[in-house]
Design a protein around this ligand. Structure first.
Ligand SMILES: [Zn+2]
Length: 367
């Protein structure tokens, strides 16, 4: 750690001791097998420091409790339907958060350190306002994290859902050692998260990554954002399900749609091919523009079978620049929005508690 941070060993030791005392880190009990003096392995704390994760999605929400290392704990995880008005959403979340916080104590002391929220749409910054949420307009103009912080008295931070997925994959998933990767969420909407040079790209106001609202069909369907023919109206799980519902003449969920495909529904195969083709356009855009070493895909359709991913990759290969495509692995994401919500608050706590490296470095500089 000293080598990585460019600090002396005693300074690192002091910083780590203070993080252990604050309950954010703990000694794992394992010892490294390096030459010289064995080192103790340190990890994010699993005891005495819990957080609450909240996922707000287009139709359903989830709330649960987790340790700082991302493992879910406690009994009180639950899902709920997203109500039509903002006040009811606040009421539901406030009461669920209160219930978990009051039941989570260590020798009588509350141990919840904060609440992380994964929210869809254009979110201004950590505690900021949802400027517009094309698939969940009930959030428009509201600052959910700061409204909940006021009601619950807890630290609450919100992350745009694709950014949250990115953080979750980096902290707890398959992107742990990656500094340049992309996350394409193709579930309800189509969102993009980019880690470049070890940092999440957020743009000047946190609004970066809205690849889903790129026009790909000049005369296409009207999108939740008001534009016509956006990529997310043709390349996502919800686009595919909307098309299948038209073909089947009734509402269907993903298992039902996949079942119709398996039974050889002819229109369904055409629709699937078209959805994957548009997804390939999105993948090619990310590969060509950001040159990620790995691109993770998050969505129900793409995760349905290894063959589905293979088909999308083959289509993307034909639409991408060869050198950029050859440099990029395309994988299913391991994480989910629940882990993303937990990662958002864990990251925030770490940033808040972590010592300021530039000031430590300058304190070490010889006069
Ligand atoms: Zn749009």
């Amino acid at each position: 750690m000293a080598r990585r941070c460019g600090l002396s060993a005693p300074t690192v030791s002091k910083a780590v001791t203070s993080l252990i005392r604050s309950g954010l880190l703990e000694e794992s009990g394992e010892v490294t097998e390096a030459f010289g003096r064995p080192g103790k392995l340190i990890r994010l704390s699993g005891r005495g420091a819990n957080v609450i994760g909240v996922v707000v999605d287009a139709t359903n929400g989830w709330i649960g409790q987790a340790r700082l290392d991302g493992t879910q704990c406690g009994k009180a995880s639950s899902t709920f339907a997203i109500p039509d008005d903002y006040e009811s959403l606040l009421r539901i979340l406030n009461s669920a958060i209160g219930e978990i916080a009051n039941s989570t104590t260590d020798e009588g002391k509350p141990t919840i350190r904060g609440v992380g929220l994964s929210v869809p749409g254009l979110l201004e910054d950590l505690q900021g306002k949802t400027m517009m949420s094309p698939n969940l307009h009930v959030l428009d103009g509201h600052a959910l994290a700061s409204d909940l912080a006021r009601r619950t008295g807890l630290t609450c931070v919100a992350r745009q859902e694709s950014h949250a997925l990115c953080l979750g994959e980096r902290m707890f998933g398959a992107a742990r050692d990656l500094s340049d990767f992309a996350m394409l969420d193709v579930s309800t909407g189509l969102g993009l998260g980019i880690f470049s040079g070890g940092r999440l790209l957020t743009g000047s106001r946190g609004l970066a990554g809205e690849l889903g609202h790129l026009t790909v069909d000049l005369d296409g369907l009207v999108c939740g954002c008001g534009n016509r023919g956006c990529l997310e109206t043709v390349a996502t799980d919800s686009a595919f399900l909307r098309g299948m519902a038209c073909l089947l003449g009734k509402h269907c969920d993903m298992p039902q749609a996949l079942d119709a495909l398996r039974r050889g529904h002819p229109g369904g195969q055409v629709l699937l091919d078209r959805t994957l083709e548009y997804l390939a356009v999105g993948i090619a855009a990310v590969v060509n523009i950001f040159n990620p070493s790995t691109l993770f895909l998050h969505g129900e359709l793409i995760s349905a079978s290894p063959a589905m991913l293979e088909r999308a990759i083959e289509k993307a290969r034909r639409r991408s620049l060869k050198p950029s495509f050859d440099a990029c692995r395309i994988l299913h994401s391991q994480g989910n929005k629940r882990l993303g919500a937990v990662a958002g608050i864990a990251q925030h706590l770490a940033d808040e508690m972590a010592p300021d490296l530039p000031s430590l470095r300058s304190a070490e500089m010889p006069p």
